[in-house]
Design a protein around this ligand. Sequence first.
Ligand SMILES: [Zn+2]
Length: 113
Amino acid sequence: MHELSVTQALLSIVLEHAEKAGAKRVVAVDLKVGEISGVVDDSVRLYFEFLSRDTPAAGARLHFTHVPARLVCHSCGSEFEPGEGEWLCPQCGATGGRIIAGRELMVESIEVE
Ligand SMILES: [Zn+2]
């Protein structure tokens, strides 16, 4: 369900840009997806196909770029990429931190005709 609303938001951004550019058709969409955004590429693809019917974005190719998670340690302030299921600061060994990347889901660019 999460991906449905997310994809709806993405599609409206894409259509808005296409309209501004005076495009007849959207050929491709580049998306940036954070590793910990909880978004599954295939679900977005499916929903996009479904939602974009009868819009200029119908049939557009989706391309996903994955952004790794990055944290800032609460205790020492160093930045690090957490390992699989393990959010330990490599500098001081503290657990967790503030997420500064990896949650994003955005339209990087679109290609129109
Ligand atoms: Zn630390």
